[in-house]
Design a protein around this ligand. Structure first.
Ligand code: TLP
Length: 344
């Protein structure tokens, strides 16, 4: 059976053009800096983001962790939104790898209030750790793919500057944010000292993410990437797909956003399901299915029987993610399938 897979945009497949580009890629040893395709991808990415330098990493997680390690020293504290990916889904890496502790702030639809950030910055006091980094996530995954409003980003950056603290942006889905805001990604990236974004989600590349920042930052980050086993050799095969992702796939994301909205509107009209429609801004839909008296696990099992995949869990909160390969008809089928589950 062909599944309609709404678990994540990470399930996207490389396009035929990517496969072709990978097959033909010119490669070299990237640890020596000799892979022409990696070098080209990194050039393209730094220009797109308006940064001095960029570096290919194997995953978003590796990118975020390398950035935290590069910005901080063990024993320091970093400020993060309480439901962000770095805290929720990166296996406690910041404690283990960077040796820093987290100061968590409750965000509004994923965006931390700059005043709350300022209040959380530690004082110069013998008892306290130094605050050495502020992390923002844009779009915010667990908040439902929400975009940080531009003026919140600007004020966050101002607070950070005033206190001499760098900002790292987990921009795994920064191109979705840019599509929503109708601005070039560099307009968003300019409010962060380092940015990580993923080639492997809505942009459909099979593997890889990018970290961008100042030249000096990337030089230091390369050492941490090496330490983490991320010094790749003929990585140009992966970069070739990444180049197609940047050239061809960043301009089609509105389609995924339209499908997410269609899905959210359909699901929100089903008794027992509720969605905060304000959060439906990009390609993620978070549903509260409490009214169906099913856990996420039970709900996902029922959908699986109907050829639709979503991730379950103990809670009655279910996430749907639209992406390349999910068409309007798939969304309609999904809504119909969920209507029949809700009727029982
Ligand atoms: N998110 C994945 C899972 O890890 C939850 C998903 O299916 O959404 N930052 C953000 C905001 C992300 O959503 C993700 C992946 C990452 C970082 C990590 O990227 P990878 O999976 O490449 O390590």
């Amino acid at each position: 059976m062909e599944f309609i897979d709404l678990r994540s945009d990470t399930v996207t497949m490389p396009t035929p053009e990517m496969r072709e580009a990978m097959y033909k890629a010119e490669v070299g040893d990237d640890v020596y800096g000799e892979d022409p395709t990696i070098n080209r991808l990194e050039e393209m990415a730094k220009d797109l983001l308006g940064k001095e330098a960029a570096m290919f990493v194997t995953s978003g997680t590796q990118g975020n962790q390398v950035c935290v390690m590069t910005h901080t020293r063990p024993g320091e504290e970093i400020i993060l939104e309480e439901k962000c990916h770095i805290i929720t889904y990166e296996v406690g890496g910041i404690g283990y790898l960077a040796g820093v502790q987290a100061k968590l702030i409750k965000g509004e639809r994923g965006a931390m209030n700059p005043e709350d950030i300022e209040a959380a910055i530690r004082e110069e006091d013998i008892h306290q750790p130094r605050t050495s980094l502020i992390c923002v996530e844009n779009t915010h995954n667990r908040a439902g793919g929400t975009v940080i409003p531009m003026d919140v980003l600007r004020r966050t950056h101002e607070v950070a500057r005033m206190h001499g603290i760098p900002v790292h942006m987990d921009g795994a889905r920064i191109f979705n944010a840019a599509t929503y805001l109708k601005v070039p990604v560099r307009e968003i990236a300019k409010y962060a000292d380092s940015v990580m974004f993923c080639l492997s989600k809505g942009l459909c590349a099979p593997v890889g993410s990018i970290v961008a920042g100042s030249r000096e930052f990337i030089v230091r980050a390369r050492k941490f990437r090496k330490m983490m086993g991320g010094g790749l050799r003929q990585a140009g095969f992966l970069a070739a797909a990444g180049i197609v992702a940047l050239e061809k796939m960043t301009t089609r994301l509105q389609e995924d956003h339209d499908n997410a909205r269609l899905l959210a509107e359909g699901l929100n009209s089903i008794p027992g399901i509720s969605i905060d429609m304000e959060t439906v801004q990009t390609n993620i839909v978070i549903c509260d299915i409490s009214g169906l008296n099913l856990t996420g696990d039970a709900f996902s099992r029922k959908l699986f029987e109907k050829g639709i995949r979503v991730n379950g869990g103990k809670s009655p909160i279910v996430r749907f993610v639209t992406h390349h390969g999910i068409e309007k008809e798939d969304v309609e089928k999904t809504i119909d399938a969920i209507k029949t589950i809700a009727k029982r």
